[in-house]
Every structure is written in structure tokens, then in C-alpha cells.
Write a protein that binds this ligand. Structure first.
Ligand code: AQP
Length: 347
């Protein structure tokens, strides 16, 4: 669907979230969190939620979920999110997300959802047995964004398709219920340029993205890993027998080598070509310890702050309570306007 006129004129707002499906990893940081931190320096209000409603679309242990929400919130803050500036909260603490998601389920078309590749990846071979929630997940994601009329959404490259769906839903809502007005913005993804951490791959398979819910902890570097664990995981990372080449083009057929070079580049803020300029000709026996040293230096302050924060769950709960109050105050007028636009009864 094209971006129909008229144009949204409301203020800039930032929204993003992560699922509490496991400890956050370096891919989550480089693809998203790093940019959350940068964006909170600007003038726009930032809303950073822990999307626990998304986490229940797959099998989960109810006894563990609250702790995982606290863990994700602690990781956000350890990575540099400032809860005095940005609203940090649990998605389920703001019921308007769910209310708007239902309305959007009636706006989105089945064909749009059927094209979503992440559902196919996550549902696997037995899609018939996947929850309906996993299928409609991108609709809830659109509600997460648009309940705050967020204009910008910092995410990794893997989320680009979902963001396009959010834009389609907003455009369709405006067309059907806007009465000539752009009630909802068409949110823009804020995606790091490729090579800068947009997509970090698994340490065990250079063709699969690094993921919290990968059953193997050795596939990822967690933001809470200690130095020995990081060094061990990098040492065990899958590679090939060739030395590093002189040009990035020569990495194209070597996904694992490309991933480790990309990780080095993202952690040091230099280009992949600059990494090769420094390390071409080296085997992984030499490159891996160099990468491990960089990764340890990078993670250590985040892991230290995370350990301090997670030791005080009551303080994390206070942050989440304050964040939810702020989020509800922003969501309430939007859901009231949307209810009125779709014609819900009101006494
Ligand atoms: N490997 C990655 N490289 C770059 N960015 C990534 N993100 C996730 N993995 C990578 C970004 O981090 C945010 C987290 O999104 P999410 O929690 O909703 O779930 P996800 O994208 O499915 O992330 P995971 O880690 O793979 O979790 P699970 O295993 O639970 O599905 C998003 O902005 C994403 O782009």
C-alpha cells in the first residue's frame, strides 16, 4: 500500500522493545540497544518496553517470566538507557497495547501476515501447531508502536519487514478511519547501516542470526557473560581453515569468517575492510584472541552494571512501575481517539 496523504504532523517519538525470552546478547546491543541510547540524547520522548506479551506467543514458564522482564530492564539500563529520560516498562502493564492490537487485527489483511518471513522461521516445520499469537505477532508490534504515535523505531535489520507492516496498518487505518486526517504516523525504522551491527550472526552458524532463544548458549555472547566465558565462546566459534583475506568481497562465501570480522568491526567502530587491512593473512588462531580481547573490554562495563542492578529487584520494579505510569499517560489519549474513530459506543 502506498503512503497515502495526508501527512502526519505530530511530534517525533521513539519506541522500541525486546522480548524477555532469554538474556540479551551482543546482537541485541549492536542492532538496537546502542541506538536506543543514542536516540534518548535527542528531543523526542523515548519509550523502551520489555515485550512480555510477545514472549508468551511461544512456550514459556510463568514462574520465570517476571524475573526475565526484570533481567531485560536491567540490561537496558546497564547498556545506557536512562530511566529518568526514557520510559522503561513492561508491555503488559499498559493494557492499551492489547486493545489497539485487536483493532489492528481488523485493519490488517490476512495476506499481509502470510508474507511475514519471521513467522515461518519461528514456527518452523510445524506451523499448524504454532500459536495464533505467533502469527499475529507483527500486528501487536504495530500496536506497540502506534499506541504512542511513535514516528521512529530503532531495530535490527531483521525487523524491517515488520516495520513495513506497521506502516501499512497505519496507512490503512488513516484511510478507513482518518476522516481526511493522518491520525497515525507511518513509523520509520532506524536501522544501523549493514556492517555496523545491523545483523550479528550465530557463533555456531554464520547463516543464522544470533538469537536469545537459540538452545545453545555458545551461539551467542551475552551482555552478562564474564571474560572467561566470552574468550571460551569465541575460541569455540565455528570458522574455516583459511587465513583472513585482503578484501571483504572474499568473505562473501565464508559466512562465519565474515561474521567474526563484522563483529570486530562493529565493536571497534571501524569498517570490515579496515579490520582486514590490519589482519589479512592471519589465521583464526591469531584473530580469535584479538577479537576476544576487544569483546571482553566492550562487555565488561555492561556486565558489571548489570550484576549490580539485578541484585536489587525491588529497585528494578520501582523503575518499571514509574515507566508504566508514564507510558499509560501517553497511551490513554491515543486509545481514546482510536476508539472514537472506529465508532465504539460511548455513553
Ligand atoms: N543478531 C542480531 N543482530 C542485530 N540485531 C538483532 N536483534 C536481535 N537479534 C539481532 C535486534 O534486537 C531487538 C530484539 O528483538 P526481540 O527481542 O523482539 O527479538 P528478536 O529480534 O527475535 O531477537 P532475538 O535475540 O533473536 O530473540 P528471540 O530468540 O527471542 O527471537 C530487535 O530490534 C532486533 O532487530
Amino acid at each position: 500500500m502506498s503512503d497515502a496523504m495526508p501527512v502526519y504532523t505530530g511530534p517525533e517519538r521513539i519506541l522500541s522493545g525486546m522480548q524477555p525470552t532469554g538474556g540479551l546478547h551482543i546482537g541485541n546491543y549492536l542492532g538496537a540497544l546502542k541506538h536506543w541510547v543514542r536516540l534518548q540524547e535527542g528531543a523526542a520522548d523515548c519509550f523502551y518496553c520489555v515485550v512480555d506479551m510477545h514472549a508468551i506467543t511461544v512456550a514459556h514458564d510463568p514462574a520465570e517470566l517476571p524475573g526475565r522482564v526484570r533481567s531485560a530492564a536491567a540490561a537496558y539500563i546497564a547498556a545506557g538507557v536512562d530511566p529518568d529520560r526514557s520510559a522503561v516498562f513492561a508491555q503488559s502493564a499498559v493494557p492499551a497495547h492489547a486493545e489497539l492490537a485487536w483493532i489492528f487485527q481488523c485493519v490488517a489483511r490476512l495476506g499481509w501476515l502470510e508474507r511475514m518471513t519471521q513467522f515461518k522461521d519461528k514456527a518452523g516445520k510445524d506451523a499448524e501447531r504454532a500459536s495464533v499469537g505467533l502469527f499475529t505477532y507483527p500486528v501487536l508490534q504495530a500496536a506497540d508502536i502506534l499506541i504512542y504515535k511513535a514516528t521512529h523505531v530503532p531495530v535490527g535489520e531483521d525487523q524491517k519487514q515488520h516495520l513495513e507492516l506497521s506502516r501499512d496498518i497505519a496507512a490503512r487505518f488513516n484511510r478507513d478511519f482518518g476522516g481526511g486526517e493522518a491520525v497515525l504516523p507511518l513509523p520509520e525504522p532506524v536501522i544501523p547501516p549493514s556492517g555496523a551491527g545491523a545483523r550479528i550472526m550465530s557463533l555456531k552458524d554464520g547463516t543464522a542470526k544470533m538469537s536469545k532463544s537459540d538452545p545453545s548458549d555458545n551461539s551467542r555472547i551475552n551482555l552478562h557473560d564474564d571474560a572467561d566465558t566470552i574468550a571460551r565462546k569465541i575460541k569455540k566459534a565455528k570458522t574455516d581453515a583459511e587465513p583472513l583475506p585482503a578484501t571483504t568481497a572474499e568473505l562473501d562465501a565464508r559466512p562465519e569468517a565474515r561474521n567474526l570480522v563484522g563483529l570486530y568491526a562493529a565493536l571497534t567502530g571501524i569498517s570490515a575492510q579496515a579490520v582486514l587491512d590490519e589482519h589479512a593473512g592471519q589465521g583464526f588462531g591469531a584473530f580469535k584472541p584479538a577479537l576476544a580481547e576487544i569483546a571482553v573490554q566492550f562487555i565488561a562495563p555492561i556486565a558489571g552494571e548489570y550484576a549490580r542492578l539485578i541484585a536489587d529487584p525491588a529497585e528494578i520494579d520501582r523503575v518499571l512501575t514509574r515507566g508504566a505510569e508514564r507510558a499509560r499517560a501517553a497511551a490513554d489519549p491515543v486509545i481514546a481517539q482510536v476508539r472514537e474513530r472506529v465508532g465504539y459506543w460511548k455513553a
